[in-house]
Design a protein around this ligand. Sequence first.
Ligand SMILES: [Zn+2]
Length: 335
Amino acid sequence: MTGGTGNSVQQDNPLAFQTWKVNRMTEVEQEPRQSACCSRHQSKHVSSRLQPVHSSRTTSHDSTSTMPTPFPPSLPDNKLMCDIACDFCFDSSPGKLEEAGCAICGQLTPSSNLTRLKSVKQCLHILQAQGVTRIERKHSSKPIQEYKGPVLDYRCDSICDDCQKRLQNRHVPQNALANGLWIGAVPDELSSLKFMERLLIARVCINSCFVRVAASGLRKMTSHVIAFESPVPKVYHRLPPPVEDLEEILAILFTGPCLPMDKDYQRTPLLVRHSYVAHALEWLKLNNIYYADLEIDYDELAKYPENVPPVTIKYHHLLTVKASMGLDSTTCTKR
Ligand SMILES: [Zn+2]
């Protein structure tokens, strides 16, 4: 039987053909499983789950070898379950999940791929660059100065493996802050701005937005963004821009069972606070080279309302927030 083909066996002895067929199916079933696993898992599988199948092959001449592998297969033994639990705990340990910034490129990197900055201390001199950094100024009378030493994010004390490898070969990493990518810490004057206020300090408008606010029960806000052509033809030399210009880049739709009130507007990032916008523009003019020639138009800023959004608001009457946008509704415009 072992030396003939399947057809010859079938013709000579139908029962023997069935035995040969079952054994062949067992072999074909085992091969892809073993090749797809890593060597560690392969040893586990062979020693536990595939052990009964392997035993049946070795006793193929017995009468019991004609029995197919039982389904469902037997439960994993205690050793395999212990290995699975240990591997899960190891792969989900804090050391595997924690991330920290790289002092050279500033990118968030898993802690397991970070090395202490001190390990490349002798190579840091190649990260020195002129005209990249800038010390924050609080007044225009202070001179413009740069930080001394290599361009690093000094809030981080580790470096990623890629930066370490490039630095040890005496090359500046492609994403290094020293390659003109340094921006420094974001000041409170900018980080505290809301969505509408950030539109007012932009010298160019690269997109337009449609914002929908559902103001009943659970409040939510969704938006769509449309990108303008590039290069953008309009660059503002006076900020904030005229109120009328905002109509071209922002549209707001409120939906709900009643007209939005002032308290509804205050829950959105669509209001303008004069003092925050003024402080942000003043900080940019002092510390950002691209805002050095900017004129701050305080008169235009005073025209912006503070209790309602500065653009036309569309309102759709809906009984529930979950109602479809396609339902018939009453529409009015409020400013
Ligand atoms: Zn890095």
